[in-house]
Design a protein around this ligand. Structure first.
Ligand SMILES: NC(=O)c1ccc[n+]([C@@H]2O[C@H](COP(=O)([O-])OP(=O)(O)OC[C@H]3O[C@@H](n4cnc5c(N)ncnc54)[C@H](OP(=O)(O)O)[C@@H]3O)[C@@H](O)[C@H]2O)c1
Length: 291
């Protein structure tokens, strides 16, 4: 079984676009991203999650690989929905831009993108057989979307949101189904884009709607003398049905904190307390619906 740090995948939307709900500074400077990537690699995080849609992220990763020839991250990237043209040419352009010889994973960036580009899957499988791609996958939001992908033998990876509120109560059954189908589970939104760290009486509309649940989480964290960061990252990392956990950071301090927190072991009674939380308005847990 992978140790917890090896289970981590570093997300890169924060590097290419202004992102995160408590992030007035916006995307970090390239020099800061360099420090984050060196630290991540040295600490055992060998894989990056990126996408064509993440602004300058591809270019920044490519520059990093050029500047640090001894460091080569495994790269998972994603194709947008409105893609037209040759999938072979597209992947060749990604490999060149990212400065890698192959992709660890090639994902459809949404369920819509998967449905719109199903005709490309046979070609993708051929590129997989040639070694340009290791795994094909889809990034989704809902359990309904997962159900519609489970039967597709060409899909190896399903990336879905999972965290203290979008938890085992809401996702447990689906995680079992994905594992039973032999596919790999990648989760994101471990920190709900930073929502776990805001004051529940702040002017954030979603935080106010989830005040009851956020206050309960704070009570659990204080009651167990651990930080919300430690609770959030380890609740995801200690799930046996999840193979990899994506996290995003805006700066080196956040990465260092998450790396040290990941060595903490949550007791099972604490995990059970979180498993019991049942958010009724599940749309509140879907950041793509927040605006
Ligand atoms: N549809 C998709 O495929 C999709 C969608 C979203 C994301 N992703 C991927 O998932 C990755 C992670 O993004 P996410 O949305 O899932 O974010 P997340 O990991 O839930 O939250 C990341 C945010 O949490 C805050 N944070 C992180 N560490 C912290 C710490 N130690 N202390 C305090 N705050 C901390 C930062 O925001 P603040 O500083 O603002 O608090 C950071 O931007 C992205 O980079 C991207 O690669 C994919």
């Amino acid at each position: 079984m992978l140790d917890k740090i090896q289970k981590l995948i570093l997300g890169t939307v924060q590097f290419g676009l202004d992102y995160g709900i408590n992030n007035p500074a916006g995307k970090p400077r390239e020099a800061e991203v360099e420090k984050i990537l060196v630290r991540a690699y040295e600490s055992g995080i060998k894989c990056l999650d990126t996408a064509e849609a993440y602004g300058t992220a591809h270019r920044i990763i490519g520059n990093f690989h050029k500047k640090y020839p001894d460091i080569r991250f495994d790269i998972i990237t994603k194709i947008p929905g409105n893609f037209h043209g040759s999938i072979t040419t597209k992947i060749e352009s990604y490999l060149k831009e990212l400065n890698v010889d192959s992709l660890k994973g090639f994902l459809f960036h949404s369920f819509e993108s998967y449905q719109l580009n199903k005709d490309k899957i046979v070609k993708l499988s051929a590129l997989k057989a040639q070694g340009q791609i290791e795994s094909i996958g889809v990034s989704v939001y809902t359990n309904l979307e997962i159900d519609k992908i489970l039967q597709d033998e060409f899909i190896d990876i399903i990336q879905l949101p999972f965290n203290l509120l979008d938890n085992i109560n809401l996702r447990g059954e689906m995680l079992s189904k994905i594992n039973d189908s032999g596919k790999i589970v990648h989760t994101r939104s471990a920190f709900l884009q930073g929502l776990f760290f805001v004051e529940s009486d702040c002017d954030n509309k979603i935080a106010r709607c989830l005040k009851e649940e956020l206050d309960y989480l704070k009570k659990v964290a204080i009651g167990n003398s651990i930080s919300m960061q430690k609770l959030a990252i380890n609740y995801c990392l200690q799930q046996p049905l999840i193979q990899n956990v994506l996290i995003g950071v805006d700066n080196l301090d956040q990465l260092n904190q998450n790396l040290s927190d990941a060595n903490y072991l949550l007791k099972s009674n604490l995990i059970n307390q979180i498993d019991k939380i049942m958010v009724k308005q599940v749309d509140l847990l879907n950041p793509s619906l927040w605006n």
